[in-house]
Every structure is written in structure tokens, then in C-alpha cells.
Design a protein around this ligand. Structure first.
Ligand code: FAD
Length: 332
């Protein structure tokens, strides 16, 4: 047998270590991974039935919670409530999003009371986007930003009952003065009592991992959960990305080029991209993922399976225990 050179030995060691980290064949990850799912409130009856079916499939994966978005400025607010009410029959851990834009303090507390009346005690607390029509985004008698909203929730007589998530921006919020100011704004939300950070979607894992480090260096110790957007429609996701400051990496248009006409291939590529992204993050110790489902199940479910999250593994636990559903944000 020929002897290996030092360089070959080292390369072999490196490759073995890498294969250990990313096992082949693509079996489920061994570490415990938790997931959560975000839906939007449908505008039609058909959309409502579809959401019910999609949520039923995804709830079988035993998510830490599922959330329903809220239209800042009033567009979809009653639909959010209605969606939460109908999801309550199938999803044990529900979170309602809530925003400050266009709302008085009294109005915000009214929404929280309404959530509570249907058993929802989780919120994703947000400022919301400016309406862009020149009107002041937040009225004088409202909450100026998400940090003020979080503080107000904790100040309620039922303040400690709420589980509060807030938004974070791995690629910096487009209106933030600087990356440091953005992290400082996030720290204020966490200091005010947020339980975890859910991030804007991104495709550049390095930007998330750097953001994670910046947050930890700034003393933010709550879980920072990456927002994952499976690419159901590349053109649409590109437009969303441009609007919210999520970069579409150079390699991505090439992957999806021409696939608008080949939806089955588009889905296969999209599932692979999302699974690769999550498995790479998992290799770096990330153990929780928040999926922007766009009210569709297939891509999210496929990605969860690639993370080892399957109905069989999760079906045992459906309790609504606020304490242990999301631990420290990293794989044990
Ligand atoms: P804050 O925490 O108050 O601010 C975040 C950062 O943005 C800070 O750096 C702040 O200085 C800067 N900033 C925000 N607005 C301005 C401004 N006008 N001028 C200057 N700086 C500004 N939106 C909805 O309407 N409904 C939803 O349901 C919803 N869900 C979301 C869920 C997640 C997980 C995420 C990541 C975002 C969601 N959004 C939603 C979008 C969110 O409302 C916007 O990104 C909004 O602009 C900022 O909200 P925030 O809570 O992060 O704000």
C-alpha cells in the first residue's frame, strides 16, 4: 500500500470531518430541530379552505407555533383574527402578528384582548411598514416602534402570559440608519421583553451567521430563528426581496432561469435550495427555522423532512407549554 503524504493525510481528515458533519446519504439530521410556520390571512373562501388543508399538513410536523400575519394600516386585520379563530381547531400553538402602524394604543390593546379571547397568547410584535402616502405612519397616540409595543404588552396585567417574537434583519432593515443602529433597535426590543427573534428571509447564510454574531456581541441572548423562504415562485420572491432588502444571490437567477414554464422542475430546484440552506445552517448549530410558507405546504414540508422533522417524529407532542417549545435556538 502506498503511503500518504502529509497533504493527503490532512485532506483526508478534512473530508472525513466534513462528511461527518453533512452525512451522506441525505438521512434526517440526528439533532433535534424545531420549526415554525407563517401564514397570511386568505382573502377568499377558496383561500380559506386551502389554508385549512395546508395548515393541517404542516401542523402534523408538530411546529413550535404557527403564526398569521397582520396587515399594518388596517388592510387585513379582521381576516387575521378570523384565520386564527379557524386555525385554533387544528393548531395548538398559534401566534397572531400585531403592528403599530396606523393604530392607537387602545386599538392595539383591543387586538390583544381579542386574540386572548380566542386562546391566542403568542404574538409577533412589529412596527409595520409605512403606508407610503405621506400620512404619519404611527399616530401620536400610538406606539412609536416595536420596542414600545413589546414594553406595552409586558406592562399589561396579563403581560407575563404572552409569548413575544420580534423581527430581525440579517441584511439590515432598509430604513435603518446603519447596521449598528439596527442591532441596537433589536436589542431594545429584547430588553423590553421579547422571547425570540424571527428574521427576515435571506439566501446568503454568511449574512445570517454574521448577524447572529453581531447580536450575541451586543448582548442579545434570546433565540435568533432564521426566516426561510422556500422559492415557490422565483419572480415573486425576487420582487419581495427587492422590497424588504433581502439580497438575491448571483447564482440564483441562473438556477431558476426558464423554470416558470416548468413548474415541477422549479419545485424540485426550490426544495433542494431550501434544504441545502437549512442543512448548512444546522451544521453551524442552528436548531430552529421559521418558514414563510406562502400558504403552501409542499416545499416547506419537503424541507422539514430533510431536516429530520417528520409527522411520525412529532406526533406525540401537542401540548401548549410555553416553557419548553423553543429552547436556546441551537442544536443541542
Ligand atoms: P422596528 O423594530 O420598530 O424597527 C426595525 C428597524 O427598522 C430599526 O432599525 C428601525 O430603525 C428601522 N425602521 C423601521 N421603520 C422605519 C422608518 N419608517 N424610518 C426609519 N427607520 C425605520 N409587516 C406587517 O405589516 N405585518 C406582518 O404581519 C409582518 N410580519 C413580519 C414578520 C417577520 C418575521 C418580519 C421579519 C417582518 C414582518 N413584517 C410584517 C414587516 C415589518 O413590519 C417591517 O419590516 C417594518 O418596516 C419594521 O418592523 P419592525 O417591527 O422590525 O420595526
Amino acid at each position: 500500500m502506498t503511503e500518504w503524504s502529509a497533504a493527503e493525510e490532512s485532506l483526508h481528515g478534512e473530508m472525513t470531518e466534513r462528511l461527518d458533519r453533512r452525512p451522506w446519504p441525505a438521512r434526517p439530521l440526528q439533532a433535534e430541530v424545531r420549526v415554525s410556520f407563517e401564514f397570511f390571512p386568505p382573502a377568499t373562501e377558496v383561500g380559506g379552505r386551502r389554508l385549512h388543508d395546508v395548515a393541517t399538513r404542516l401542523v402534523a410536523l408538530d411546529p413550535a407555533f404557527v403564526s398569521v400575519t397582520y396587515g399594518a394600516g388596517g388592510s387585513t386585520q379582521s381576516r387575521t383574527h378570523d384565520s386564527l379563530e379557524s386555525l385554533a381547531a387544528i393548531a395548538p400553538r398559534l401566534a397572531g402578528h400585531i403592528t403599530c402602524v396606523g393604530a392607537t394604543r387602545q386599538g392595539v390593546h383591543g387586538v390583544l384582548d381579542a386574540y386572548r379571547s380566542i386562546g391566542v397568547r403568542r404574538v409577533v410584535a412589529l412596527r409595520g411598514d409605512d403606508p407610503g402616502d405621506g400620512r404619519p405612519a404611527v399616530p401620536a397616540e400610538g406606539f412609536a416602534d416595536a420596542a414600545a409595543l413589546v414594553a406595552a404588552i409586558r406592562d399589561r396585567t396579563d403581560g407575563s402570559d404572552w409569548d413575544i417574537s420580534v423581527a430581525g434583519y440579517p441584511e439590515v432593515h432598509p430604513k435603518a440608519d446603519s447596521s449598528a443602529a439596527d442591532v441596537d433597535s433589536l436589542r431594545r426590543k429584547v430588553d423590553a421583553g421579547a422571547d425570540r427573534v424571527l428574521t427576515q428571509f435571506f439566501f446568503d447564510n454568511e449574512s445570517f451567521l454574521r448577524f447572529h454574531e453581531r447580536c450575541r456581541a451586543a448582548g442579545i441572548s434570546v433565540p435568533i430563528v432564521p426566516g426561510i423562504m422556500p422559492v415557490g415562485d422565483f419572480d415573486k420572491v425576487s420582487r419581495f426581496g427587492a422590497g424588504c432588502g433581502a439580497t438575491i444571490p448571483e447564482w440564483m437567477p441562473q438556477l431558476f432561469e426558464g423554470l416558470a414554464q416548468a413548474p415541477d422542475v422549479h419545485r424540485l430546484v426550490a426544495a433542494t435550495v431550501a434544504a441545502e440552506q437549512c442543512r448548512h445552517l444546522a451544521e453551524h448549530g442552528i436548531g430552529q427555522f421559521h418558514f414563510y410558507t406562502m400558504n403552501a405546504a409542499d416545499l416547506t414540508e419537503a424541507t422539514c423532512r430533510m431536516l429530520g422533522v417528520t409527522p411520525a417524529a412529532g406526533s406525540a407532542s401537542v401540548s401548549d407549554d410555553l416553557g419548553d417549545d423553543l429552547r436556546d435556538g441551537t442544536v443541542a
